[in-house]
Write a protein that binds this ligand. Structure first.
Ligand SMILES: NC(=O)c1ccc[n+]([C@@H]2O[C@H](COP(=O)([O-])OP(=O)(O)OC[C@H]3O[C@@H](n4cnc5c(N)ncnc54)[C@H](OP(=O)(O)O)[C@@H]3O)[C@@H](O)[C@H]2O)c1
Length: 255
């Protein structure tokens, strides 16, 4: 057990070496720049051979340490943004933050739970599912005006529908309008691909898990046509038990 009460110590190896980081240090290293505008962070875990899924889910690729950092990222978010495919596959339901994380937020004058926004074109989501029925905050549903009217009506009972269509710029604008500047996206690959194609990824937090997965699982980005290379800047490398937690920001002036 590490000094910080985790299963294994997390060590920073770049930019300089720090052994057994505390949660306070981790939160500082992952702090989001206050630009007065939206900041879009994506977080993924991948196997060494590039799989973003194993047996249909991401869960098995990470471990308790990766999950711990993931919860610290959730703590910092104004909004957790997620694609409908990930909600369906991962079975999101109930509070996405533990009691200690909610208390940490409340102590800093933040809403105890970040907003939660789901992106769906088809609105093929069950309004009676745990995601809606046990939602800690009423979810935002970033939808398309042309979606099936019956589904829209049913989901409007349990979520706030916002017609952003499929364009990430409209999603970001709709979230920023509601004061949600720190956008923490948990994917999945199709959503990340759309943001990548739109040039709207400010940050990528990527956990490289020391496993080989084989199979035909998706990469972390899916459905995005090949485009000009986008340079990303390495911010830090953390290591724990052979797992690398990499933080990159978009190499743009002013970031
Ligand atoms: N390794 C990781 O860290 C990680 C992270 C997240 C997810 N995953 C895995 O990835 C798999 C899911 O992949 P996925 O690519 O289907 O996930 P996804 O991006 O969460 O979901 C795709 C769906 O989200 C909606 N969507 C995404 N972008 C949209 C856009 N621009 N406009 C309108 N709708 C949009 C659509 O929903 P509708 O179909 O409702 O129209 C689309 O079918 C699961 O196996 C999950 O476990 C892995």
């Amino acid at each position: 057990m590490s000094g910080s009460g985790r299963l294994r110590p997390i060590n920073r190896v770049f930019p300089d070496a720090v052994r057994d980081a505390t949660d306070e240090q981790l939160l500082e290293w992952y702090s989001v720049p206050d630009r007065g505008t939206a900041w879009v962070r994506f977080n993924f875990v991948s196997s060494l051979d590039g799989a973003a899924t194993h047996e249909g889910r991401a869960g098995g690729l990470g471990d308790a340490v990766d999950q711990h950092v993931f919860t610290l990222l959730r703590r910092q978010a104004d909004v957790i943004l997620v694609g409908a495919g990930t909600v369906r596959a991962e079975g999101y339901a109930g509070s996405l933050l533990a009691e200690a994380d909610r208390r940490w937020r409340s102590d800093r004058g933040l809403p105890a739970h970040p907003a939660v926004a789901v992106v769906s074109g088809s609105l093929n989501l069950d309004p009676d599912s745990g995601f809606f029925a046990q939602a800690p905050v009423r979810p935002l549903l970033l939808a398309s005006a042309g979606a099936d009217a019956g589904r829209r009506r049913a989901l409007a009972e349990v979520a706030d529908l916002v017609d952003t269509g499929t364009e990430p710029a409209r999603m970001v604008a709709a979230l920023a309008e509601r004061g949600h500047h720190s956008i923490h996206s948990e994917g999945g690959p199709v959503l990340f691909g759309a943001f990548q194609a739109a040039g709207l990824v400010d940050e990528l937090c990527l956990t490289l898990s020391p496993v080989l997965a084989g199979g035909t699982g998706k990469r972390i980005a899916d459905g995005v046509p090949e485009h000009a290379l986008q340079n990303m800047q390495l911010v830090h490398i953390l290591e724990s038990g052979g797992m690398l937690l990499l933080r990159y920001t978009a190499a743009r002036p002013g970031t």
